[in-house]
Design a protein around this ligand. Structure first.
Ligand code: BJW
Length: 238
């Protein structure tokens, strides 16, 4: 099956790649729905990634993001991230990389034009619409930092449940899905929409790369049961 997918990749003029948390698992970043480790093992990421959770307990949710930011700063892109970046550099204009990940590892691997559907964990934005007094550079220190004029809090610039995805990135991702000859769906459980819907609207063949079952397996032309950092370098070599 890997050889057949390799042949599809060579033939495809337009390739879309949708990645999820499993893409970064071999870099050491825990996935959302797999068991979490250490201090935060008792918390459910699905409960924390909401505006309601942040408003109810800002210091706890800020602390969870601070912990993840520190962890991400200590890890490196893996062979899968690097293989995607190298392929795109060898084949300009052929591959559109769409990610649900907020860790910036695709970008650090050298991928340009990444469509980051769920934002960037390394950046902050204001929780409420900023007033003239809100200046991120002079935010008062705290967990989270806040505007000393009005109390508005900084929050991570990620997309929480119930929030709209960045429109331009989503539009571009939907166009890439509609126009692709082949979509690789790598390391995602396929439960979070609208990202998961991209695999269901892909015009071309859909290939899932994942060591475990996903909610999108029924939409796939091929399912490769394996890890991203092992399979992608094999599949993406010329
Ligand atoms: C490996 C591996 C290895 C392990 N190699 N693989 C339609 C139907 C039903 C519900 C909805 C719907 N449309 C919208 C919704 C609601 C909701 C939703 O989807 N809910 C579902 C849970 C039911 N969606 C939203 O709320 C979205 N917003 C929205 O729809 O807004 C509408 C709107 C419009 C206009 C105005 C206002 C609103 C927003 C979704 C935001 C998701 N955010 C998060 C958190 C980001 C911040 C943070 O990091 O804290 O994004 S949640 C979390 O899930 C994160 C991830 O990007 C996302 C997806 O998770 P992913 O990547 O799939 O990870 P896992 O852990 O689930 O899976 C890992 C996989 O890797 C597993 O399969 C492993 O087997 C595999 N694996 N090792 C390869 N080595």
């Amino acid at each position: 099956m890997t050889q057949e997918v390799h042949a599809w990749l060579r033939a495809a003029k337009r390739i879309a790649v949708l990645t999820g948390a499993g893409m970064s698992a071999e870099s050491g970043v825990p996935t959302f729905r797999d068991a979490q480790t250490g201090l935060w093992a008792q918390f459910d990421p699905m409960q924390l990634a909401t505006e309601e959770a942040f408003r109810a307990n800002p210091s706890m949710v800020w602390g969870w993001y601070a912990f993840r930011r520190e962890m991400i700063a200590q890890v490196d892109p893996n062979a899968g991230h690097l293989a995607l970046a190298a392929f795109a550099q060898r084949h300009p204009g052929r591959l559109t990389l769409i990610t649900q990940n907020v860790d910036g590892l695709h970008q650090r691997a050298g991928s340009a034009g990444v469509l980051a559907l769920h934002g960037n964990i390394l950046e902050d934005k204001w929780l409420d619409i900023p007033k003239p007094c809100c200046d991120a550079d002079s935010a008062a220190a705290g967990n989270p930092p806040y505007c000393s004029g009005c109390g508005n809090m900084l929050r991570p610039a990620v997309v929480w449940f119930g929030e709209a995805l960045p429109l331009q990135a989503l539009d571009a991702a939907q166009a890439a899905a509609r126009e692709c000859d082949l979509m690789l769906v790598v390391g995602t459980s396929g439960v979070v929409y609208p990202a998961a819907g991209l695999a269901r609207t892909a015009a071309g063949k859909v290939v899932i790369i994942n060591p475990g079952p996903t909610e999108l397996d029924d939409a796939a032309d091929a399912v490769l049961r394996g890890k991203a950092a092992q399979l992608l370098p094999q599949l993406l070599e010329d």
